[in-house]
Design a binder for this molecule. Structure first.
Ligand SMILES: NC(=O)c1ccc[n+]([C@@H]2O[C@H](COP(=O)([O-])OP(=O)(O)OC[C@H]3O[C@@H](n4cnc5c(N)ncnc54)[C@H](OP(=O)(O)O)[C@@H]3O)[C@@H](O)[C@H]2O)c1
Length: 287
């Protein structure tokens, strides 16, 4: 991976796990950073460590499911002279209970689909205004168990299943990542989606303790973050921007189970998801 000096990258979910490891690796490569997470103390601790290494970093402690705060963050980044050359969407969590955000959206879909959509939408003028900008989405191999179906994406309280909600949201992330490329490639934007493999992080320990007991079989956090960082550096070129999901620096298939194959083309599903994200985010496209 080459030097990333002169590039400014936003990493969400940087207060822990894969996002934190990605931020550290990017700063070692010379990138300047915006880092976000909910826990202000852990964010500041990370920022101090990054600054000690000599690169610039700005922090934003916020819950991404608070859409007004997402807009404020985008505004702050827009006012910054450094511009923006990429985003790693790493924020994510698997919860087992049905919870809604203050905007009345189911939490899992808000965190993994609507908030990244909103943030990227607000930052698009910056991303489309520079030579080669990268969007990297950290999805999950869990998405292999679910087909994309918009009607089943946002689960309700009856029969809520957090693992299913997570897998469906992660499947939607794959579509959305490809949609960003399809719509903005001509503006110089490249969007990739990857999955880290089972990685030893605080998030895994809390959400799936049984998997976490696999201990030494789990990946080290730096290895889980490696492909996301490599993609954010632009090393992959045009490959894997409109189909596939990356693992260990190689694009892989999106479907292993026959019943998860889409009934329609990914362009049709992607367009439907795009329009839903605009509607559910309450975005005024004429503004
Ligand atoms: N670990 C694995 O094996 C694995 C496997 C497949 C996919 N993934 C994906 O990898 C990504 C990172 O997960 P991880 O394992 O590194 O977990 P982690 O250690 O729990 O880190 C998750 C990060 O996301 C942030 N976050 C969660 N919900 C948020 C919200 N509503 N608003 C703002 N920030 C939020 C957390 O912030 P705070 O800590 O400050 O609350 C934290 O910084 C996730 O998207 C996850 O789905 C992980």
């Amino acid at each position: 991976m080459g030097s990333m000096e002169g590039r400014t990258i936003l990493v969400t979910g940087a207060s822990s796990g894969i996002g934190r490891a990605s931020a550290l690796a990017l700063s070692r490569a010379g990138a300047d950073l915006w880092i976000t997470g909910r826990d202000e103390g852990r964010l500041e601790e990370l920022a101090e460590r990054i600054r000690a290494g000599g690169t610039a970093v700005r922090t934003a402690a916020l819950d991404l499911t608070d859409f007004a705060r997402v807009d404020e963050l985008a505004e702050r980044i827009g006012e910054d002279r450094a511009g923006l050359h990429g985003i790693i969407h790493s924020a994510g969590a698997l919860g087992h209970d049905y919870v809604t955000t203050r905007d009345g959206v189911e939490m899992t879909v808000a965190t993994h689909v609507l908030a990244p959509f909103r943030l990227t939408w607000r930052l698009a003028p910056l991303l489309c205004g520079v030579v080669e900008s990268m969007i990297v989405t950290v999805a999950s191999g869990g998405m292999y168990t679910e087909r994309f179906e918009l009607a089943r994406l946002e689960m309700g309280p009856d029969g809520y299943d957090g693992v299913k909600a997570y897998a469906r949201a992660k499947r939607a992330q794959v579509l959305l990542a490809h949609e960003w490329s399809r719509r903005w490639a001509h503006e110089g934007v490249r969007s990739y989606v990857m999955h880290p493999g089972w990685t030893d992080t605080p998030g895994l320990a809390v959400s799936l303790p049984t998997f976490h007991r696999l201990g030494p079989l789990l990946r080290r956090v730096d290895d889980g973050a490696d492909t996301a960082v490599w993609l954010a550096s632009g090393a992959a070129g045009e490959v894997g921007t409109t189909s596939g999901i990356w693992l260990d620096r190689r694009p892989r298939g999106e479907y292993y189970l026959p019943w998860t194959r889409p009934r329609r083309s990914s362009e049709v599903d992607g367009d439907e998801l795009w329009r839903w994200c605009i509607r559910r985010n309450g975005i005024d496209v004429s503004a």
